[in-house]
Design a protein around this ligand. Structure first.
Ligand code: SF4
Length: 270
């Protein structure tokens, strides 16, 4: 369940939402604590619109989780009283997703009028309360040219940790493939510009799902491999000779079906 319906979401919003019930969450929280896990992240859909959100957080705190993070579109944080309640219940880490530099693009992407203003107000409220949220940006065909502006906006909020993920063509993103999926070649100049802004402003940047050979000068920002090869990703035979073969996740299968492997260039020693 989500209060947005993003055009690039990996979830198909025409499908009935699958909400995990409180009892199952309770069991999982107990099991992981017994295994010694001390950090937990609640992710969605959109977890902040669950009626039992306070109970979930309170339970995690009672069980002894030291780090309790919420991954959210941040819209609910525009209500300071809501934010105060979840912080009081035990949340001490925030990750907020934002994918635009202005309301017209943000609301178009989310298909929810007012969502961009709510998210940016939410980020400002978090900052006022002393928290610096980690930020998620999904790079898509509608926002890639504005990545440097998005980074500059976030810099104005004193954000210091940004993760950019290449769109995954599943769910809504697959339905809207032609509108939302850019080629990797198209996005690389904007990733480079964004990385420069991050470096200049001491913002830690992570880039997810970009093969090593596409933008080698930005490989230092690369995220850990997801080990999803043969599940949702694929590598062509020419990758066998690449020095990154073992650590690279290759391309999304649906991306490769549409655009092929011509952008892939194995990197060899010397
Ligand atoms: S050539 Fe293949 S293994 Fe090497 S970086 Fe590119 S996609 Fe990854």
């Amino acid at each position: 369940m989500c209060n947005n319906n993003c055009r690039f979401c990996v979830i198909d919003h025409n499908e009935k939402p699958r909400n995990t019930c409180f009892e199952d969450i309770e069991k999982e929280l107990e099991v992981f604590r017994e295994k010694g896990i001390r950090e937990i992240a609640f992710v969605g859909g959109e977890v902040t619109i669950r009626r039992d959100i306070i109970e979930m957080i309170s339970l995690a705190k009672k069980l002894g989780y030291a780090k309790i993070r919420i991954v959210s579109n941040g819209r609910m944080y525009c209500y300071p009283d809501f934010l105060e309640k979840i912080i009081k219940a035990g949340v001490n880490g925030f990750t907020v997703s934002i994918h635009a530099h202005n309301a017209s693009l943000g609301d178009y992407l989310s298909r929810s009028k007012g969502s961009f203003t709510q998210t940016t107000t939410g980020i400002k409220n978090l900052r006022k309360m002393g928290f610096i949220p980690n930020i998620n940006i999904v790079i898509n065909k509608l926002n890639y040219k504005h990545l440097p502006e998005i980074i500059s906006l976030l810099n104005s909020f004193d954000i210091n940790n940004i993760r950019m993920s290449i769109i995954n063509p599943e769910g809504n993103a697959m339905t809207n493939f032609n509108e939302v999926v850019p080629t990797l070649t198209e996005i690389t100049p904007y990733i480079k510009k964004s990385a420069k802004i991050c470096d200049k402003n001491n913002i830690s940047l992570t880039i997810n799902s970009l093969p090593f050979c596409i933008l080698p000068e930005c490989n230092r920002y690369k995220d850990e491999p997801y080990n999803i090869l043969n599940k949702i990703n694929i590598k062509p035979e020419k990758c066998n000779s690449c020095i990154y073969f073992e650590v690279c996740d290759g391309l999304r299968k649906e991306y490769a079906k549409k655009f092929g492997f011509k952008e892939i260039m194995p990197i060899k020693n010397n």
